[in-house]
Design a binder for this molecule. Structure first.
Ligand code: SAM
Length: 464
């Protein structure tokens, strides 16, 4: 079939990845398009053939879905974040639930999936945002039309959907509470006024590279500025400005990163003012969050997540628990009281040190944390040292678990596994292997990230 084909009056029926939606022609041809909402009836012109589907553009809307709503954010459709803002929240979450149902029942066909747990706050729910500076911001069609070629291209915001080198200059972001927008906008104005250069991704030059803002429910803010060049005078100027302008910043940090990518994990982070951490409270437990440590990004939903884990694990006082991919040791400490002992494993050293210290400060003395990559640390010797687990709680990153880790887990015959994941496709890949020895008992989808296609999923497995 030619790639420039027109399909008339097809119905969008589902969401694909990266903000795309899916339609199917009468002949069963799958079409992926942008700007569609499940329920829209549209004409589509295809422009590229992929292995199992065609990419296309909507050329006419015959009728709009009843689930469409007006997006709240003026950057919707251009900015790479919040791609589902034009779909009612109820429908977004129904679609996420369907996605979990579909992927889990392919592996465990009689699995019962609980209704998704929704988020009370659909905006300003994130406690961490990373913005990128640019000296070549993305221009909207209106800006190009109305410009006299003298637009100031300096900006700070998020990547344009699907484009690694294009940054959308964000005026107001609806994801993080104030003073997040205020800090970003005033830093931009200050830098422009003082002629401090913004980063250019292609040319690899410019001082200001990224700005990360984190906050906690204890109203503490962390600000980390990443510079591309080691220009001490201007670094000092920027940091001094932030220090003097925002009393809310408890932890003011910076780093110099002249590498190709902007990951900070191998960088030396310098403290400019305040403390090098901020604190978060979960129930009565206090955790210190350092710049390189993972922390769940939606704190209201995190408490619900941990309660589900606790309920699924139903740990007894004489039981040993493994908390794999333990981050700051939050889950370990949350379940410690019900357990004999908990062993956490985590690959970020700073997080392991913080987990160990916070356990002491929280007066929990039956948890230990091991530092290292799971696939190297989780060995026969590890099991000999800590004892066989009665319950495994695993919460890996988006990539899921390494196959060697799953192999080790299968050798242990642990009665219960609680598998928490923010990526259903890698979770299902891993479950497919675990199925050899495990039954699926419970599945609970949880929405942590409104307006995005991400969804958290918790499953309880029991040994056959
Ligand atoms: C989704 S987070 C979960 C953290 C924690 N359970 C929580 O609730 O905050 C995944 C964690 O796994 C860690 N991690 C990633 N790859 C790892 C690996 N190969 N071995 C050990 N830990 C890893 C990350 O640093 C991160 O802290």
């Amino acid at each position: 079939m030619s790639k420039n084909k027109i399909f008339l009056s097809v119905k969008i029926f589902d969401l694909g990845s990266k903000g795309q939606s899916i339609a199917k022609s009468d002949e069963g041809i799958v079409l992926m398009v942008k700007n569609g909402v499940p329920g829209d009836v549209v004409d589509i012109k295809t422009y590229r053939k992929k292995k199992n589907y065609f990419l296309g553009n909507i050329i006419k809307y015959h009728s709009y879905s009843k689930n469409r709503i007006d997006p709240t954010c003026k950057h919707f459709g251009v900015c790479g974040g919040c791609k589902l803002q034009n779909i009612s929240y109820h429908t977004q979450t129904e679609l996420k639930e369907d996605k979990i149902k579909h992927s889990i029942t392919r592996i465990f066909n009689d699995a019962k999936i609980n209704p998704i747990i929704r988020c009370d706050n659909q905006f300003f729910y994130r406690n961490k945002l990373e913005f990128s500076f640019t000296d070549n911001k993305w221009l909207t069609e209106a800006e190009i039309k109305n410009s006299d070629n003298k637009i100031d291209r300096r900006g700070i915001g998020f990547h344009k959907a699907g484009m690694w080198d294009k940054i959308v200059d964000v005026e107001k972001c609806h994801l993080q509470i104030e003073p997040s927008n205020k800090i970003r906008l005033s830093l931009k104005q200050f830098a422009i006024k003082n002629n401090i250069s913004f980063y250019n991704t292609r040319l690899k030059k410019g001082l200001l590279r990224t700005l990360t803002i984190r906050n906690t429910s204890m109203n503490q803010f962390m600000v980390l500025v990443q510079f591309f060049e080691n220009d001490k005078k201007n670094i000092n100027l920027v940091m001094q400005f932030l220090k003097e302008s925002f009393d809310e910043i408890h932890s003011l940090l910076y780093t110099v990163n002249d590498k190709e990518n902007d990951s900070i994990y191998d960088r030396d982070i310098k403290l400019f003012n305040g403390k090098n951490y901020i604190e978060e409270k979960i129930n009565s437990l206090i955790f210190k969050i350092y710049p390189k440590s993972f922390f769940q990004t939606n704190i209201q939903q995190t408490l619900k997540l941990y309660e589900i884990i606790q309920d699924y694990a139903k740990i007894k006082k004489n039981e040993i628990v493994y908390d794999l991919y333990s981050g700051l040791g939050t889950i370990s400490q949350f379940v410690a009281k019900q357990s004999k002992k908990v062993i956490g494993v985590e690959s970020v050293e700073e997080a392991v040190i913080s987990a160990t210290n916070s356990a002491k400060e929280n007066k929990i003395n039956n948890v230990v944390f091991e530092f290292g990559d799971m696939k190297n640390v989780f060995t026969k010797n590890f099991i000999l040292k800590h004892g066989k687990p009665d319950v495994i709680i695993t919460d890996p990153p988006r990539e899921g678990m390494h196959k060697d880790v799953i192999k080790e887990i299968l050798k242990l015959n642990t009665p219960k596994i609680v598998y928490v994941s923010c990526n259903p496709s890698t979770q299902c890949r891993d479950l497919e292997i675990l199925k050899e020895k495990y039954n699926m008992v419970k599945v609970q989808p949880l929405d942590m990230f409104p307006h995005t296609d991400h969804v958290e999923n918790i499953v309880l497995l029991e040994l056959k």
